[in-house]
Design a protein around this ligand. Structure first.
Ligand code: SIN
Length: 413
């Protein structure tokens, strides 16, 4: 309303409510428990640092476990980090940080191998090598996947098991409130509000000279998103209040294909992975016409922003509320083997992809920007680091290349 008070200027906020009722000390506190947060925690623990992970819900409740398509790396015969770099730069529309992209693509293959050594099991081809698929913007098959279309769930399972096995302290249901700083302005820990039981309950603090933000994205800002309920941008907010720089927040990526559940559908929507198009499904309009053919040399496998805009344009031209993804030619056996999660999710909503095209529309998916970091994850606040979706290393530019997000979390962690 016009007569409302102006919003308060951003700045450090006091811990709300009572005085902290508990505190614990560590060398490193990691806020968030997706691929980036758990990888950081494991590395720090391996290096002998006392590490505490705090997470807003449960250890495996972040975005990582929802990832379907996979993790991109130049692992296949004939592929090279340079080709992966070129595809990443093209998708980023001229706004990537080239040094960050070089780090991502050159360190990527070893980072994936390390993840496998940690216990993540990827799908293999008949000859025992890692099976690789394609997604939008990639000129090669370079996406490793697990459980067909359950890549994130497998990565999350493996990392959670490794963190538990390493005996790393975890505080669940812990919302990070603010960065604590010392007299010199260096990070000194985080204040938390924990809705748990036992030792950690109420307002508390983890004191540590190193704070790593790995809180994921902010898709819940939008009415329809692929992101889980925990993706509310609180890591970016915490960093801003602490005086860190953020950048590229305007580059919110929309995934071209979520299952269209009607005009009133809100919150987290079921993702239909780009890998479905990578394996040959077609985008069609209500008359069965392939509207992406002729719009881009890669048609349905153009970079994600181009496909999302292509769908929106066709929806406007035809007055339709959604388009369709047609994978009927896969047959039942391939749907069951390659995309069991998507098949089950569609069927639970009364759609059978084996016999009918899937109704789809774009939805908010990924924050390409975030808390500005250098190549070592450092923010402008001494002792405060960020990695994964909450961070902006510059690898994504204006538009992230498909399946570069899990890889970024892994490499920059
Ligand atoms: C997908 O499976 O389509 C999502 C992959 C990604 O966001 O990179």
């Amino acid at each position: 309303p016009a007569d409302a008070d102006p919003p308060a200027a951003p700045g450090p906020v006091a811990v709300l409510g009572p005085e902290p009722t508990w505190a614990t000390a560590a060398d490193v506190v990691v806020v968030g428990s997706g691929i980036a947060g758990l990888t950081v925690a494991l590395r720090c623990a391996e290096a002998g640092r006392r590490t505490v992970v705090v997470t807003k819900a449960l250890l495996d409740d972040g975005s990582t476990r929802w990832a379907q398509g996979g993790i991109a790396a130049a692992l296949g015969p004939g592929d090279t980090p340079e080709q992966h770099r070129d595809d990443s730069l093209t998708a980023g529309a001229g706004l990537c940080d080239e040094a960050a992209v070089r780090t991502l693509v050159t360190e990527g293959p070893d980072a994936v191998r390390r993840l496998m050594a940690t216990g993540a099991r990827f799908d293999t081809a008949a000859d025992g090598t890692i099976a690789l698929t394609r997604e939008g913007g990639h000129h090669r098959r370079r996406i490793a996947h697990a459980g067909g279309d359950a890549t994130g769930a497998e990565i999350s399972r493996a990392l959670v098991a490794a963190v538990r096995a390493a005996g790393i302290e975890v505080v669940e249901h812990a919302l990070a409130l603010d960065l604590l700083t010392d007299a010199d302005g260096r990070a000194a820990g985080v204040s938390l509000h924990v809705m748990g039981e036992g030792r950690h309950d109420g307002v508390g603090a983890v004191h540590a000279p190193v704070v790593v933000l790995a809180t994921g994205g902010m898709g819940q800002v939008f009415s329809a998103t692929t992101n889980p309920a925990v993706s509310t941008g609180d890591g970016v907010a915490l960093a801003l209040r602490a005086g860190a720089e953020v950048s590229d927040l305007e580059f919110v990526q929309f995934h071209p294909t979520v299952l269209w559940l009607g005009p009133d559908a809100q919150g987290q929507q079921p993702l239909i992975s780009e890998a479905v198009r990578g394996e040959g499904a077609h985008l069609v309009d209500g008359d069965g016409g392939r509207f992406m053919v002729g719009r881009h040399e890669l048609a349905e496998l153009a970079p994600r922003d181009i496909v999302a805009k292509g769908i929106m344009r066709r929806m406007r031209e035809t007055g339709a509320s959604h388009m369709y993804l047609d994978g009927r030619h896969f047959g039942a056996a391939m749907w069951e083997r390659r995309f069991p999660t998507i098949l089950a999710s569609c069927r639970s909503h009364g759609i059978d992809p084996v016999t009918e095209p899937i109704p789809v529309a774009p939805a908010a998916h990924y924050a390409s920007g975030g808390v500005r970091t250098d190549l070592r994850g450092r923010t402008g606040v001494p002792g405060l680091y960020a990695c994964g979706e909450v961070a902006c290393t510059g690898v994504h530019g204006a538009n992230r290349l498909a399946s570069n997000s899990l890889l970024e979390g892994l490499v920059f962690a």
